[in-house]
Design a protein around this ligand. Sequence first.
Ligand code: CO
Ligand code: CO
Ligand code: CO
Length: 313
Amino acid sequence: MLKSVSSPTKPEVLVGMETSDDAGVYLLNETTALIQTVDFITPVVDDPYAFGRIAAANSLSDVYAMGGRPLTAMNIVSFPTCELPLEVLSSVLEGGAQAVSEADAVLLGGHSVDDLELKYGLSVTGVVHPDRIVTNASAKTGELLVLTKPLGTGFVTTAIKGGLASNEATEAAIEVMSRLNAEASEAMLEAGASACTDVTGFGLVGHAFEMARASGVTIELWIDRLPVVHPHALEYANMGLIPAAAYRNRDFVADHLHKAFDHHPFEMLLYDPQTSGGLFISVPEAKAPLIPGVVVGRVVELEDRHLRVVAED
Ligand code: CO
Ligand code: CO
Ligand code: CO
């Protein structure tokens, strides 16, 4: 939606709004480009510290998805002072600060407003060598696609909101969403990956579609290989504990997706919106083992649709 805002550009803008990439990139000099991104979210788990940590990991992720290194961050907070004790806010901010320090970045400040609902996130500034920027627009035919975190956290957070999530599934989802994409990003640079994006609100297919469209290719996804955060996540999906955004994601890609099967138990995983999801990386086949994650598909020449999902039988 933000793409409809038109703004004059400059030659220093290396990644702008056109390709729906994860962050903007601005060339400072021959060896340094600036990466800027901002993101904030409503709570996905009950524990305020875990929420702060997850929201910060989610915001930092867009810098990692560009192959960059986060340097500084600013807090963005909406807080209902009449509804919640201030200790909740302290815990959220502590969780966020912990993620920022693990990223070896520094918090410089931030801004908070009184609001009806708690929201938290970061604006993050990072750097990258201009020759090493990894966009979502350069996936190449023949490459494999590696996903570095399992899917299904949207089903678990929906179950948490409904008071139906098991402790095991909750813990697994918190662990996955809290994890920084720092190591995955380093590994993809090591592997010489061609393209990357992080899987967040549009789900695996939404972000895969943006990569395929920006790269002028078709992405084939292997549904049987999709990793799941916890077996309970699929049970929740079967019970209908599916975030509304999953259906919007399904509708959004429907015209761009060829499904080579009728029904599959993993189908909703394709659409499940993720918070602080993994990196989705296009990498030459021989280098794929260097990236910790699961190979979930490959890049093929452009077909009539940008996405094709196949099942093994
Ligand atoms: Co992103
Ligand atoms: Co983002
Ligand atoms: Co990117």
